[in-house]
Design a protein around this ligand. Sequence first.
Ligand code: SAM
Ligand code: SF4
Length: 336
Amino acid sequence: MMHTPALIDPFARAITYLRVSVTDRCDFRCLYCMSENMTFLPKADLLTLEELDRLCSAFIGMGVEKLRITGGEPLVRKGIMTFFDAMSRHLASGALKELTLTTNGSQLGKFAADLAACGVRRVNVSLDTLDAKKFADITRWGRLSQVLDGIAAAQAAGMRVKINAVALKGFNEDEQFSLTDWCAREGHDLTWIEVMPMGDLGNENRLDQYWSLRALRARYAERYTLTDLTERSGGPARYVRLEQTGQKIGFITPLTHNFCESCNRVRLTCTGALYMCLGQEDMADLRAPLRASPDNSQLETAIRAAMAHKPKGHDFDYSRKAVTGQMTRHMSHTGG
Ligand code: SAM
Ligand code: SF4
C-alpha cells in the first residue's frame, strides 16, 4: 500500500490509533451505558462492512498503526468476521501493527478462534463483577457464565485478555480485591475505568455512581507496594505494578486532563462520523466523501481537514460537584 504522509494534528501529535465502532447495537443493556429501551440507528445509516474496510484502509494508508474495533458490541454485527479477516491483510503487509477489540465477551465462545486466526493477539473484555446476580443486574441482559466461557475460549485461542471494570460506587467497591486476585490467578491484566458522564443524564445522576480511582488506588496502597509504571498508551490509562504479586493494574481517568497532551487517537462511529476527541461534540462526517466517489481523494482530504480540528483537550469537569461538559451521545455510539 502507498503511504501518504502521517496524520499530524495542530498540536504536533501524530494520529496513529483509530478506534472504530462497528455497530451501536448490543446484546447487553449496561446501566451506565444504555437505557433499557434503546432506539438504534436505522440499518441504512450504518456503513457497510465494505465501507468500513475502505475507511480503515484509508486511515492505515495515512499512518494509523493500531486499530481497535468496538461498539456497541462489535461481535453482534452480522458478518463481522469478514471485516476482521479483511483487516488481517494489513497485519500481513506490516502496515498495521495491532488489531484488537473491546467486547463484552458474550460472543467470544463463538468467535475467539476465528479472531485469533485473523491475527488478533489481545482482547479487552468488560467485566465489572464476578457475582452472577450483580452481573445480571448491571448488564440487565447478560449472563456471567457465558462471558467467563468466552474469556476461557479467548485464552485457549492464545489471546491475551485484559479485563476492563467500570468502578462503581456501592456496586463493585467490595470486589476490588477479589477481582484483582481472580485476574492474577487467571493471568489477566486489569484496568479500572472511572464512570463517565455519557448518555442521557436526565433521570439518572451518574455522580451517585462515581467512585474516584484515587480512592481505589489508595486502597491498593494499603495492601501492596505500588510502583508507577512509565509506559503510556497515548490514551487515558496509567499503570502501576503491585510489587507483591507483580500484577499490572491500569487506571483510566478520562475526566482528568493528564493524557490529552499525548493523545494519539481518533474515533470513528458506525455511521462514519469521526470524533477527534472523546469529550467534545465536534465531528467530521466521512460517510459523504466516502460515498461521493469510489476513489479516496475526497475522503483523504476530509480526514486531513478533520485533523486540523482536533482539540487540545476535552471539557469534562467533575469539580464543584456539578458535571459540566456532559456529552449527549452514548458511549455505545462512539465506542468508549
Ligand atoms: N460492548 C463492548 C464492551 O462493553 O466492552 C464495547 C463497547 S463499550 C461502550 C466500551 C467500554 O465503555 C466498556 O468497557 C464499558 O464498560 C465502557 N463504558 C460504557 N459506558 C461507560 C460510562 N458511562 N463510563 C465509563 N465507561 C463506560
Ligand atoms: Fe453493551 Fe458494552 Fe454498553 Fe454494556 S458497555 S451496554 S456491553 S456496549
